[in-house]
Design a protein around this ligand. Structure first.
Ligand code: NAD
Length: 261
């Protein structure tokens, strides 16, 4: 018996990193999972790997900033699996630069992927979750940067703070329909998104890569340790499997103590 037996989950950005780890964990707990990603090939490969391990999964080509693609992809998941119980709005990218030289196009791209993507996938999911008030859980992938700022990351910090507002609004609007919402706020996890940032930040800040890891990324943790994919997937499982609205509208920080409140 898995804790998500009979549930259907759609995870965006699930062809890589954190999203992939959550999708795999959900599948092991019995959920049918949709691996939605802009990278169609990688999404199909991740879904095939889950099926090869005995789980249920489909790959879905979805750019989360594309309204028709989000609506059609979400409807296709419901067609395939009969329902939608869990949305993990996780797709994200990082672009680092100081504010004074941040290109407007790059700013807009960041807000589009992180905020428009969260809104569009939420709206598409609610059309199914609200039907007969069957309900569901929506989890946004925030960050410690939902609560803290760091230099060079203005649109990322802005967008990740914004997700708290969306999640809290959804907690209130969704309650009569049995929909709950949460934001998971990880510290640094060594995914492709973070590996790319290490040399970029080293260049921008004039530090060695080792110094970026030790003195920037892990500086405020209690133990100098990276958060792992498993840490985040375990948290996403706990929130998705939680049985009541006692837990809704919350942000849960998973970060080795970087930012406590
Ligand atoms: P990753 O680069 O490993 O994976 C991101 C995935 O999102 C990729 O598969 C990519 O193809 C997909 N993607 C990008 N743009 C997309 C779009 N427009 N539509 C659909 N899919 C798209 O990154 P990750 O580290 O696993 O990050 C996942 C989420 O976790 C992001 O929201 C990120 O901000 C957040 N996060 C990451 C960390 C970390 O340290 N890695 C920490 C806190 C929060």
């Amino acid at each position: 018996m898995g804790s998500l037996d009979g549930k259907v989950a759609l995870v965006t950005g699930a062809a890589s990193g954190i999203g992939k780890a959550i999708a795999e964990r959900y599948a092991r707990e019995g959920a049918a999972v949709a691996i939605a990603d802009i990278d169609r090939q990688a999404a199909d490969a991740a879904a095939a790997a889950i099926r090869a391990a005995g789980g249920r999964a489909v790959g879905v080509a979805m750019d989360v900033t594309d309204e028709p693609a989000v609506d059609a992809g979400t409807d296709a998941v419901v067609q395939a699996f009969g329902a939608l119980d869990i949305l993990v709005s996780n797709a994200g990218v990082q672009i680092v630069n100081p504010i004074e030289s941040f290109a407007f196009a790059a700013w807009k791209k960041m807000l589009a992927i992180h905020l428009d993507g969260a809104f569009l996938t939420t709206r598409a999911a609610l059309r199914h979750m609200y039907r007969d008030d069957r309900g569901g859980t929506v989890i946004y992938m925030g960050s410690v940067h939902s609560h803290e700022a760091s230099v060079l990351k203005a649109p990322y910090v802005t967008a990740k703070h914004g997700l708290l507002g969306l999640a809290r609004t959804l907690a209130k609007e969704g309650a009569p329909h049995n929909v709950r919402s949460h934001v998971i706020c990880p510290g640094f996890v060594r995914t492709p998104l973070v590996e790319k940032q290490i040399p970029e930040q080293a260049r921008e800040l004039g530090l060695s890569e080792e110094e970026v890891i030790r003195n920037v990324m892990l500086r405020h943790t209690v133990d100098g340790v990276f958060t792992t994919l498993e840490d985040v997937a375990q948290t996403a499982l706990f929130l998705a499997a939680f049985p009541s609205a006692a837990l809704t509208g919350q942000s849960i920080t998973v970060s080795h103590g970087w930012h406590m409140r």
